[in-house]
Design a protein around this ligand. Structure first.
Ligand SMILES: Cc1cc2nc3c(=O)[nH]c(=O)nc-3n(C[C@H](O)[C@H](O)[C@H](O)COP(=O)(O)OP(=O)(O)OC[C@H]3O[C@@H](n4cnc5c(N)ncnc54)[C@H](O)[C@@H]3O)c2cc1C
Length: 319
């Protein structure tokens, strides 16, 4: 490792640091796990468990990796104003785990390779060829400073529903590992292949169901599983019938990307979904379909659900 905390630390209220890949593990055909290390990560920290804590990774552009050592907010804004192709591509990932402490702190990130559907984006391309010693820039919470980026807020819910596709597997895995032993509920994880199924730590009362597509249409299995689980008397809408997809779909109890008034959208229907908290993330069209089913058709209270479009098929994410 060539960096030191004093050489890289900057005045930002978050960590923006060049880190080094210290291990690479091809978990399965669709997932690559990297461990990222730097003495600067000694300052990484969140209050409480990581849950679905998101971070940003910045992959090299035509000018390589940005030099972020000692950068301040003005220099960061100037860097960000440059074309992504030159200044580096920024993508969102989940902290799957944190290993080590102090200067040996390592962030574990599981990156989906997005095989077989369109051109490979910069994140997946980097993960496909990553090797120990490679560099990447990470933007992450600095201990003791507000950062945000955790959406899993079940409140007083007594029943959990977690559902997502391969990009949400790291977040669901991290949430499951942090739940109290008496938590109850279900998790549905749709992944590309049977070979992508992982062994996850989870409370006994939370049933974990893997749904490998193995060539079947994206989203069908997870949508059907969620509707069945809720006992919804609904027929699964064809995925193609889901239109008006917002690639940046983000509907949580505290934020609405569509500008919907959360209080006004609250259902007055009391039913056996009371006490449920649902956290659903993945490809935006699939998440949109599930949102319609839960909020519009089943009239689940908007304050009980978080719907997050983690990516959009055929659309490069904002950099
Ligand atoms: C809060 C959050 C947490 C996340 N956590 C994780 C995580 O832990 N692990 C993980 O792997 N992902 C995670 N994601 C999802 C990840 O950010 C996206 O999948 C992201 O798009 C990956 O970037 P990329 O460079 O590989 O693909 P992008 O460049 O963003 O492209 C996305 C897809 O669109 C297609 N595409 C791109 N350009 C074109 C084009 N011109 N024509 C046709 N198709 C195109 C590509 O096939 C690609 O698969 C998370 C997202 C969020 C919001």
């Amino acid at each position: 490792m060539t960096t030191t905390a004093s050489a890289t630390s900057n005045a930002l209220p978050l960590l923006l640091e060049r880190v080094e890949v210290v291990s690479v593990d091809r978990l399965s055909p669709s997932f690559v796990r990297v461990e990222l290390g730097s003495p600067a990560l000694a300052e990484f920290g969140v209050e409480g468990p990581l849950l679905d804590q998101r971070i940003k990774l910045i992959f090299p552009g035509t000018d390589g990796l940005p030099d972020v050592a000692g950068i301040d907010e003005a220099a960061m804004a100037a860097w960000y104003a440059r074309p992504a192709e030159e200044r580096g591509h920024m993508r969102t990932y989940t902290v799957r785990d944190v290993r080590g402490t102090g200067a040996d702190t390592r962030l574990v990130v599981d990156i989906v390779l997005h095989i077989g559907h369109g051109p490979v984006g910069p994140g997946a391309a980097w993960a496909e060829q990553v090797a120990v010693g490679d560099g990447v820039v990470v933007m992450a919470p600095r201990r003791g400073m507000p950062y945000g980026g955790i959406e899993f807020v079940p409140g007083a819910a007594d029943r959990l529903l977690l559902a997502g596709d391969e990009t949400a597997v790291p977040a669901i895995a991290s949430i499951l590992s942090a739940l109290p032993a008496d938590a109850r509920g279900a998790a549905f994880l749709e992944v590309p292949l049977t070979a992508d199924v992982q062994t996850l730590r989870h409370p006994e009362g939370v049933r974990v169901t893997w749904l490998p597509r193995d060539g079947a249409e994206r989203g069908v299995a997870v949508m059907q599983a969620v509707l069945d689980h809720l006992g919804a008397p609904l027929e699964l809408p064809p995925i193609d019938a889901v239109d008006d997809v917002d690639p940046d779909l983000w509907e949580t109890p505290t934020y609405s990307s569509s500008g919907e008034d959360i209080d006004e959208a609250v259902s007055v229907v009391g039913h056996d979904l009371d006490g449920l908290y649902a956290w659903i993330a993945g490809e935006s069209k699939v998440v949109t379909g599930l949102r319609r089913a839960l909020v519009k058709d089943l009239e689940v209270d908007r304050r009980q659900v978080a719907f997050m479009g983690y990516w959009r098929l055929g659309v490069a994410m904002k950099s």
